[in-house]
Design a protein around this ligand. Structure first.
Ligand code: C2O
Ligand code: CU
Length: 488
């Protein structure tokens, strides 16, 4: 064989290997500016398609602009808050200096408190965050234009700019807010705070204690304090501790010195919560748990442990180790009506999380997949207002994922095929274990375009993001573009 022929064969062989790789690589490159409505493929969940013509393109034609989906513009605000965001060094309540982001000079940002039914108006001003910012109201089913996702429901607020969020706090409960621009970095850096919606009527004797947990620079904090948070509580008093996990991993919450009742999950009251002893509540990333404790009559203290820190109610007591058993929400409390029948579902989706090698935006790696597809070639879960929706979430990816759907609360029907028999388990942040599966249902009653992603935010930045979209609605915003929208 001539050396020329040998070279030719070698070249051919190489290109047979390389050509598909180059094709895969170039196919994965993301445009500088694109609409999430163009991402991936429409998944109608077995229901009717968007238009008579059907297909993905049908989603774009006409429809209502989501910027029109706002709270009543004529209604005056009941709670008005002005938040100024800055990037830089700041001092934790414990005195330690860390670098990140602040709202009104502090992190966590100011606690926003409203009474159920009040209209909350928050003006966000960006004084010095170069990448731009937004605020997302985690767990609150706001009108779509108020959801605070850069490139999906608004443009990132640039340095010198501002944006006003208005929504009615319809449901009493514990929520939080955080940036949804470069969120894997800005949330970690402290662009976040608590939002508490109080019921209209509240027992005046109740002690209400907020416990927002966040890790700054590797330091575990409660409400920005490194040491435990001391909350005065007289003997016999009922204390409600509102635990918020703002980090990327799971944390456990338990009490010592008295049992507790888990009275609310993700801002939803639990029906008939029983007393719990020697069991921890698993709080996934983004989730909230409200624990109610009755202080012992003998004046001794109660300790609520959470994620490497604690809340000391009354007299300080020593730390205890984590109970071996977890409280299982599948059969905790007793059933109550959920307002619709999941058996009448008009759409049914799969959200199966896996992992495989490939390219995302030209970068080779081992990437998360959704229903076998790599970002951005992921399903666009498409619904029509009024649909009853079921979703089967399954995880075979080798890691656990805290899944979060914006704008809706989902109710758990089953875990690993075992039906839920306790209180309706309404949630917005669901920990899906590796090898695990959940069946959930929700009512499509909040039109717009909504993220449905992993709240371990680096995972989201790696492409574990899909969207839920309503037919007849469209967003004018784009990822990238002049505002440099980077929601994850
Ligand atoms: Cu708490 Cu899409 O986020
Ligand atoms: Cu994840």
């Amino acid at each position: 064989m001539s050396s020329r022929l040998r070279l030719l064969i070698a070249c051919l062989a190489t290109s047979v290997v390389l050509a598909p790789l180059i094709w895969m690589w170039s196919n994965s490159l993301m445009p500088d500016d694109y609409s999430v409505m163009d991402m991936g493929y429409a998944d109608y969940g077995g229901g009717a398609a968007a238009t008579a013509a059907g297909g993905h393109a049908g989603l774009h034609a006409g429809g209502m602009d989501i910027t029109e989906i706002v709270a009543d513009a004529d209604r005056p605000a009941d709670v008005k808050v002005h938040l100024v965001a800055e990037q830089g060094e700041f001092t934790l309540a414990s005195g330690r200096t860390v670098s990140g982001y602040t709202l009104n000079g502090q992190s966590p940002g100011p606690e926003i408190r409203a009474v159920q039914g009040q209209l909350v108006e928050v003006t966000l001003e960006n004084r010095s965050v170069p990448d731009g910012i937004t605020l997302h109201w985690h767990g609150v089913d706001v009108p779509n234009a108020m959801d605070g996702v850069a490139g999906v429901t608004q443009d990132a607020v640039p340095k010198g700019g501002s944006y006003t969020y208005r929504f009615v706090a319809e449901q009493a409960g514990t929520y939080w807010y955080h940036s949804h621009q470069v969120s894997h970095e800005q949330v970690k850096g402290g662009l976040l705070g608590a939002l508490v919606v109080m019921p209209e009527e509240q027992d005046p004797g109740l002690v209400d204690a907020l416990a927002l947990v966040h890790v700054y620079d590797g330091r575990h904090t409660v409400n920005g304090r490194e040491r435990e948070l001391a909350v005065p509580a007289p003997p016999g008093a009922t204390v409600r501790v509102r635990a918020i996990n703002t980090d990327n991993g799971v944390m456990s919450v338990w009490t010592s010195g008295a049992p507790y009742r888990l009275v609310a999950v993700d801002g939803n009251d639990v029906h008939d919560p029983g007393q719990v002893e020697d069991k921890a509540v698993l709080l996934t990333a983004g989730a909230r748990a409200d624990l109610e404790v009755v202080m012992p009559a003998d004046g001794s203290g109660v300790r609520v442990e959470m994620g490497g820190t604690a809340v000391a109610l009354g007299e300080p007591t020593p730390p205890t180790s984590k109970p071996e058993r977890l409280l299982d929400l599948l059969d905790y409390g007793s059933p109550a009506p959920i307002g619709f029948d999941p058996a009448d579902a008009t759409r049914s989706f799969d959200y199966v999380i896996g992992r495989r090698p490939g390219f995302v935006d030209g970068r080779p790696g081992l990437w998360w997949t959704i229903n076998g597809h790599l970002f951005p070639d992921v399903p666009m879960f498409t619904v029509t207002e009024g649909d009853i929706v079921r979703m089967h979430i399954e995880n075979n990816s080798g890691d656990e994922h805290p899944m979060h759907l914006h704008g809706h609360h989902v109710v758990v029907l089953a875990r690993d095929g075992v039906r839920a028999t306790g209180s309706p388990w309404w949630t917005d942040s669901l920990n899906v274990a590796d090898g695990g599966a959940y069946d959930v249902a929700f009512l499509a009653d909040n039109p717009g375009v909504w993220m449905d992603h992993c709240h371990n935010l680096p995972h989201a930045a790696e492409g574990l993001v899909a969207h839920l979209m309503y037919t007849g609605f469209r967003t004018p915003f784009t990822i990238g573009g002049t505002a440099d929208n980077t929601p994850e």
